[in-house]
Design a protein around this ligand. Structure first.
Ligand code: IMP
Ligand code: ZN
Length: 363
């Protein structure tokens, strides 16, 4: 496991609230129990349960949202999630989250996202680079990078690039989806680079989100879609026709979908543990990773929800190695290749190529 932890890694599919630490979730739930907002004894077992079906996962998300959706909790979770990824040598993180509105807490989609940014600023143990270089004042590093050269125990401090994707929840209306896209455009200078479509795949219609997704792409935002989490041939077809910049999962694909995917070369975010836990693939041996990898299709290993599925990106690489017989060299290359599909500018990509090249010499 040590090797997979020390290898530099790129995470392109991580949901903020799904990446919450178990300990934090339990602590926040207990505190709400003490205040009488929830009955802690009723929710404790839901949190601690390990194997959940896809529908149980979404029930857990509803609970997580009750427990986490106030500004200070969101700030705390963001800080911890970034620290956890950086700790296992994730050098670039695209973190996605659904901007939420909650009138009773005085929360708007904007204030929710400001709380996320506050969390990025609150990280102390590593340097977090989330402001795109083009937005940094000339000759001045951003406040966050002012100590980029500081040494920690004699070593150069770790640095993690973070970019944000705003998720549209499949329960949302066209107007709500459009509001999310408008907010993403306004917050671009804080490293918001794209839009994700996620949420319970059994809910909602593609046509509802299409106007907002189209608009996002026209405005130069990147778009990634949760695609093929359940069997829905028409929707998968329509999503592939849309030509998103990336897709996540691709589990319930039929022959026609594979052909279209491969000919369009859309990179796929693969989440092995998530797919197994939610029974979206029958066994690891039957996972489509193998076919796509052999076809040299662009792929990236990701966690999806490291908290909810009790995994880490290092663990996902370890599983790929032991399940598919891939060695350290092959998986190092797979990790490095993700630079080509990330939603970041060339300055970041060049910096990361150097990181990987120097790691290759040291590992
Ligand atoms: P949040 O957007 O930070 O609140 O992260 C949790 C949300 O991400 C969930 O409520 C879902 O909308 C979405 N999500 C997390 N995991 C999955 C998944 O496996 N499929 C689809 N949506 C997901
Ligand atoms: Zn996901």
């Amino acid at each position: 496991m040590d090797w997979w932890v020390s290898m530099p890694k790129i995470e392109l599919h991580a949901h903020l609230n799904g990446s919450i630490r178990d300990s934090t979730l339990l602590e926040l739930a207990r505190a709400l129990g003490d205040k009488g907002v929830i009955d802690f004894s009723q929710v404790e077992h839901v949190i601690l349960k390990n194997d959940r079906s896809l529908s149980e996962v979404f029930k857990l998300f509803d609970l997580i949202h009750v427990v986490t959706t106030d500004h200070s909790s969101i700030t705390r979770i963001t800080k911890e999630v970034v620290e956890d990824f950086a700790f296992e040598n994730v050098v670039y993180l695209e973190l996605r989250t659904t901007p939420k509105k909650n009138d009773s807490l005085g929360m708007s989609k904007r204030s929710y996202m400001e709380a996320v940014l506050e969390g990025l600023r609150a990280v102390r143990s590593v340097d977090v680079a989330f402001i795109p270089y083009s937005e940094e004042p000339r000759n001045l590093s951003s406040p966050l990078l002012s100590d980029a050269s500081e040494k920690c125990n004699g070593n150069t401090r770790k640095k993690i690039f973070v970019r944000l994707l705003f998720s549209i929840d499949r329960r949302e209306t066209t107007e709500a989806a459009m509001e999310t896209v408008m907010l993403a455009l306004e917050m671009r200078h804080f490293g918001v680079v794209g839009i994700d479509l996620s949420g319970n795949p059994a809910v909602g219609e593609w046509i509802t989100y299409l106007p907002a997704l189209k608009f996002a792409r026209e405005q130069g935002l990147y778009v990634t879609l949760h695609c093929g989490e359940v069997s829905n041939s028409n929707e998968i077809h329509n999503m592939l026709e849309f030509l998103p910049h990336r897709i996540g999962h691709a589990c319930f694909f039929e022959e026609e979908h594979w052909r279209r995917l491969k000919s369009s070369n859309i990179p796929v975010e693969i989440c092995l543990t998530s797919n197994l836990r939610t029974l979206s693939v029958p066994t690891i041996d039957a996972h489509h990773f193998v076919d796509l990898y052999n076809a040299k299709h662009p792929l990236v290993l990701c966690t999806d929800d490291s908290g909810v599925f009790s995994t880490s990106l290092s663990n996902e690489y370890k599983i790929a190695s032991s399940s598919f017989g891939l060695g350290q060299k092959e998986l190092f290359e797979l990790s490095k290749n993700a630079i080509e599909f990330m939603f970041a500018d060339n300055v970041v990509k060049e910096d990361l190529r150097k990181t990987f090249n120097s790691a290759a010499k040291n590992l």
